[in-house]
Every structure is written in C-alpha cells, then in structure tokens.
Design a binder for this molecule. Sequence first.
Ligand code: G3H
Length: 537
Amino acid sequence: MTLQNVFINQQVPDQFKMKDLLHQDTYLLDGELVNWNGETTQVYASIYEENTSGELQRKLLGTVPNMRKEHALEALESAYNAYDKGRGEWAVMKVEDRIKCIENFTTMMKKTRDEVVKLIMWEIGKTYLDACKEFDRTIAYIYDTINDLKEIDRKQSNIQLESGVYAQIRRGPLGVILCMGPYNYPLNETFCLLIPALICGNTTVFKPAKYGILLLSPLLKAFQACFPKGVVNLIYGSGRTLATPIMESGKVDVLALIGNSTSANALQSYHPKKNRLRLVLGLEAKNPAIVMPDCDIDLAVQECVLGALSYNGQRCTALKILFVHEDIVAEFNAKFVAEVSKLTYGLPWDEGVKVTPLPEPNKPAYIKELIEDAAAKGAKVINPQGGETIKSFVFPAVLFPVNEKMRVFEEEQFGPVVPIVSFKDINEPLDYISNSNYGQQVSLFSENPNSLAPLIDLLVNQVCRVNINSQCQRGPDVFPFVGRKDSAMSTLSVHDALRTFSIRTLVAFKSNESNDQILTELLESKASNFVNTHYIL
Ligand code: G3H
C-alpha cells in the first residue's frame, strides 16, 4: 500500500474550509491594536494542496507582521511602563479585580472555539479531536487557575502573630515576563505560562510559537478589551530578532519559554543582570519506557503506541525510546507493529485519523536521516510503510534493534520514529537514564510489585515522574509538571505556576498598643489591597 489521499481534495468538510486568507494586519501594543503596514511573513499550513499547474505545495493560510527590533523594544517598553516597577495599576490591583479581567477574557475566548480549533488543525496538523481537546483543556486550566488563586488568597487573608510580630504574607508579582510557547501546543502551553503570569499581577510581552500563529488572531480583541493597557503585548516575527534585544535590555524579570535549550541558553545569556532573571523553562526530553518481562504485553504495547505516536510523536512527554527485555522483545515488536499498522493516516478532519502532516518543513528530511543512520548501523524499519514520506507526511517508522551508536539513541526525534532497544540486564536502561542529559519522565511496565519497587526508588531520583503501566504525559494539569537536568527549570501545574510567577512578600510590624490600633483601623478601612482580611468566594 502506498500513501495516498493525504493532500487536500474537494472533500474538505465545509466547517473546516479556509474560505479566505487571514491577514493579521494588527498587533497588540500598549492596549491598542496597532495597524501594521510593514513587511509580512506568509503563514503556510502543514497540509499540501495541488496548485493550478498540478504541483503540490503547502497551502497558504495568510500573513502576519514580520516585526523588527524596534517594535520588540516598543512592546517591552509598554509592558515595562505598565508594570511601572511594581507601581502600575495591574500590579497593585485587588486580586479579585484581576480575576474579573481573566474571567471576562475567558468568556470572550470561548466564543472563538470553532475558529481557533480550525486554525490549530490547518497550521500544525492536529486532529479535530486533539485540537478541540487543546482548546477545552486551556479553558479548564484557566478556570482551575482562578479557583486555585482564590484558595491561595483565602489562606493568605489571615494575619499571623509570631514572637511578638504580626505579619500578613501574600504572593506578589515579579515584573515583566517574556512569554514564548511551543508549536505543538501553541494555544495550551502558551496560555499555561501567560494566564498564571497575568493573574499574579505581572505584565507581559508575548511572542507566538514558530508554527501555530494565526490561531491567536481570533483572541487579539479579547486581550485588548479585557486587560489594562500594556499588560499584554503581542508581537510577531523571528524569535532571534525580537527576543534578543528584549533580553539585552535587562528589563525582563522572567523568561518563560517552552521550547529548546539552545534558544533558552542564548536568551538568558543576553540578560545583563542574571541574578534578577527568573527562568521558567520547559525544554527537551527523551522519555524512555522500560518494558519488563513480567508485564502485561498487550497493555504495554497499547500505552507505548499512544505514548510514542500521539500527535505524531511531537510531544515533549512522548516516549522517545523503548527498552524491551530480550525475553519478550519478539512478541512485543510483533504486537507493537500490528498496532502501528492500524493507525489511520490522513488529514486532521478525517474521522478516526491518528497520523497527520508535520508542520516543520525540515522534519521529514530529519526523520529520514535518523532512519538512514540507524539502518547503516544495523537497525531495520520493522513495520510496513514505516518512514514512507510524501511531502509533510511521514508514516511512523519502528526501528529495531537500536543501539548506542545510532543518533536516534540519544537525539530527541520529536516526530514519528520509534526506536526499540532490547535489554538483558536492567542496568542497561537504568544507566541510559542516569547518563542522559534529560530527566523528565519514564514509563515502567511490569505487573510485579517486587520488580517495580526497587526501580521506582531509583528512578524518582533520575526523573520527575515515574509512570507505572502508563504512557508519559503532562496531565492532569493539577499535577506538577517539571523535569531534571536539561529538561526544565521551575514547576508548572495549575497551582505551581501561580507560585512560579509570584514571590512571597509580607507586611510586618511589632505588636504594641499603637501598632495594634493602627492595624485594626487599617483592616477596618479596607483601604489596602494587600493588608486586608477579605475572603474571595
Ligand atoms: O509537549 C509537551 C507537552 O507538555 C506534553 O503535554 O503530555 O499533555 O501531551 P501532554
């Protein structure tokens, strides 16, 4: 069977048709949607179509501004002035009022669901169901964040007395946040940074991911309408051109980036006052699965297929290498290949589709390189159609036997290639994990508590989440999402992100007759947003 029908034909369902080009000709600066008359960049779909001469080409979706250093600095200045060194309206506003702004924003955002979901599908090739999930998960995340902040605020609404000193301890904002999300979750992960950053009283400059840009267009008006001027600034263009001068200015307090360590390392190095810079980073990972001989093989196969190939393997949490015990590797491989063969390929709106086109233009060539390198060093593609490529579409390749000489053993493929390594001694996968540059998660497959227990105790010190008989994943979003070594800095989750984007700060005074009287009057007057015992319900 050869791949076919992975290009647009006449059957695009009406609800998913891109009727017109979307020209994003404004950007959000200092509370205004400013008209852009400068150079633009064309935004292409992950999906190819046949042009009038019968050639295949990525479908053009629209254009966005290609902004320059001076525009980036203007946006920074706007966020910097809005924060006003902690004296700005947003930073000193009552938590309750900030929550209202976020709620208004979310109400407006919900109305954009169909449009945003459609753009997620076209731009980054996510299936309809996954695109809906991304949108709905983001809405749920915002409401969970609001509820968590209310809970935190209620706990902070008491005055403590310790050793004769009264104190009210709250969490305060950090300042100006430069916020950049990844292309694989261009809405959800960006908002998992942006929303907690905003609700804590920070101001932001926000640059969309490299792919998945136009899907923010339907939200620009909501940002403009719901936040005071300068609190959210949205700029378009190359990360290097825009983020470099922003970091060099020294006016950024937090670099919040989900992406790769090369950019993260470069950007932090540009900041002239490194001690002032807080880093919130989600970076690379190479999460392994260890499949033990005493596992339920069918379950292990099912979870490993999901873990390795959901959204074509383009998840930082994806299982990127499978270590399978030699006693069961033949059976595991046969069942794994059978399951991969069942994955339906096609376009994001096709029913039941699992394998879709890739948004990064260079990814198919990179996947090919990994396969050729592994093949030259003794591995085979063991599944039918594995690695077969047409333009942006690559059918997943299962490689076996993989060894340490192959690039795919170490490199984070972030795409549809599954390397399988056979092991005899458990120290082989354990050494791999200990020596890896990454430390995000691992999946362990075994039905025997006695096999699992010692591994769990070793692995919790190597990675930040050990998944038992389950694929690796970020959710549920209330659980901490973090990594060791080169995989992350700071913890994200509904609750942890609120801590990450704020700092504990307190108002304290010695208890004596005069101070106690002042405090009583201060509380009764309800004049301070910080010192008060009001409960947000
Ligand atoms: O790409 C990295 C994401 O954080 C993965 O999230 O496990 O929910 O797909 P997920």
